[in-house]
Design a protein around this ligand. Structure first.
Ligand code: UDP
Length: 473
């Protein structure tokens, strides 16, 4: 007999693909932890339509949508404008949603995206527990934390009087040491909002604001695992005991296989060309294909796209390249013509299935945190080509901490990665001793990722602990 619902967990990600995926996956893990737990993922009306959601029948996560200030059919010009609408509409619609279910439930918990820190105020006002979910690495969060404290580089826009650099390893080398981050960081390894504070001031404010009230949250959840970021996790846990690592949040079938039919995230903001990709990959030999993707948000310049296109052709390997529909016009006009049979270009693909396919030998990635974790969890070595936000720091870790990839060198004068450089990096990962070493390391991370989410692993234990703390609070 099913118990009456005791705990209702509401999971609210910021509505972009890279935040929905890990939080939805976490929601599935929670829902699998017992009949006394009900889990609802809250999306927004303008980001999701019913055909973008395809959860496995066995999944017991409910999906609800709340109004985010954008009316049906309305087009919002820019991300800043969307954020303005979001900030006005969401406090009210989220509060209304929570109130509407509050009467029926014994205990409510709001797991909110760390980039929406004000969601904690809503939870508190309504007498609901609050857990902040961080969708970036602990290393990146540590950097933002220090900048917000004014203890790193003195560039915190909120605190112009902040203390000078914490442990700068000499200004001549321009290397920075961040407590607990296991490598020295050059300027080009820091998150882009930090090393170029003028580029996206409103996004800088958002990433720093994650730390405005994080210490007041009941739990701090991170999509990472202990062995991947040991030093920084230890450092954080010693200061904030409510921290729990719960990652990698990859569908269970790729890791521990304990969640039935869980092979996909289940909520796609873009429509994948799944059949075309998988059929094409099936026809290729093992480890013969380079998979290229820059995620859901990054925009490359036309000149850069051209260098990539020719670099891929020069490498003479098969390639599967995801070029979003909005980016397609930047491809060189004659690129796929002339009987070029080596490549397949698609607008979106089922990335996990692709990375798990035996034919894929290398992942050229922008180093979004999900893509990074997915590559490590599936044992695929990378060519790191970071674009913005946290990606440069992830690239640094991929190369110098996890030893699972190489990073492209940017020609600073032109601000571009040349076709020759790109070809060289692909060859380094696909061929020879170095390539074998990188793959071996990536496969080691795959085993450790599996171990973390398997029964008794560090992330599994933390999720169990989270649930039992909810029960006992
Ligand atoms: N993704 C996908 N198909 C694609 C490209 C990306 O399913 O063709 C997924 C990918 O698996 C990952 C997410 O989109 O889970 C992208 O998140 P990430 O953090 O890597 O980058 P972002 O898009 O946030 O820059």
């Amino acid at each position: 007999m099913e118990m009456a619902t005791r705990i209702h967990i509401i999971v609210f990600p910021f509505p972009v693909q890279g935040h929905i995926n890990p939080m939805l996956q976490f929601a599935k893990r929670l829902a699998s932890k017992g009949t006394g737990i009900k889990v609802t993922l809250v999306t927004t009306t303008s980001s999701t339509s019913s055909n973008s959601i395809q959860l496995a029948e066995s999944s017991s996560v409910n999906i609800e949508s709340i109004y985010d200030g954008v009316d049906e059919g309305e087009k919002i010009e820019s991300f800043d404008l969307y954020l303005e609408r979001f900030k006005v509409a969401i406090p009210r619609s989220l509060a209304e949603f929570i109130q509407s279910i509050k009467k029926q439930e014994n205990k409510l918990v709001l797991v909110y995206d760390s980039v929406i820190p004000w969601a904690l105020d809503i939870a508190r006002q309504l007498g609901v527990y609050g857990a902040s979910f961080f969708t970036q690495s602990c290393a990146v969060c540590a950097i933002y934390y220090h900048v917000n404290q004014g203890s790193l580089l003195n560039i915190n826009p909120h605190r112009p009087q902040g203390r000078q650099g914490i442990a700068a390893a000499g200004s001549s080398s321009s290397m920075v040491s961040v407590p607990s981050v296991p490598v020295l960081l050059g300027i080009n390894d820091l998150p882009s909002f930090i090393c170029d504070t003028d580029s996206y001031p409103f996004l800088l404010t958002i990433v720093l604001d994650q730390f405005s009230n994080f210490h007041k949250a009941d739990w701090l959840l991170f999509n990472t695992f202990d062995k991947l970021e040991r030093e920084v996790v230890n450092w954080m846990s010693s200061r904030w005991p409510m921290i729990k690592t719960v990652g990698p949040t990859i569908p269970s079938m790729y890791l521990d296989k304990r969640l039935e039919d869980d092979r996909d995230y289940g909520l796609n903001l873009f429509k994948p060309d799944a059949e075309a990709c998988m059929k094409w990959l099936e026809s290729k030999e093992s480890r013969s294909v380079v998979y290229v993707s820059f995620g859901s948000l990054a925009n490359l310049g036309e000149l850069q796209m051209e260098e990539l296109a020719w670099g891929l052709l020069m490498s003479n390997t098969y390639f599967l390249w995801v070029v979003r529909a909005s980016e397609q016009s930047k491809l060189p006009s004659n690129f796929m013509g002339g009987g070029n049979s080596k490549g397949l270009v698609v607008n979106w693909c089922p990335q996990l299935e692709v990375l798990a396919h035996r034919a894929v030998g290398c992942f050229v990635t922008h180093c979004g945190w999900n893509s990074t974790l997915e590559a490590l969890s599936l044992g695929v070595p990378m060519v790191a080509m970071p674009q913005w936000t946290d990606q440069a720091t992830n690239a640094k870790c991929i190369v110098d901490v996890w030893h699972a990839g190489v990073r492209v060198r940017v020609d600073n004068e032109k601000g571009l990665v040349s076709r020759d450089e790109f070809e060289l990096c692909i060859r380094q990962v696909m061929e020879g001793e170095k390539g074998n070493e990188l793959r071996k390391n990536a496969v080691r991370w795959k085993e450790l990722a599996k171990e973390a989410v398997h029964e008794g692993g560090s992330s599994d234990n933390n999720i169990e602990e989270f649930v039992s703390e909810l029960v006992s609070t």
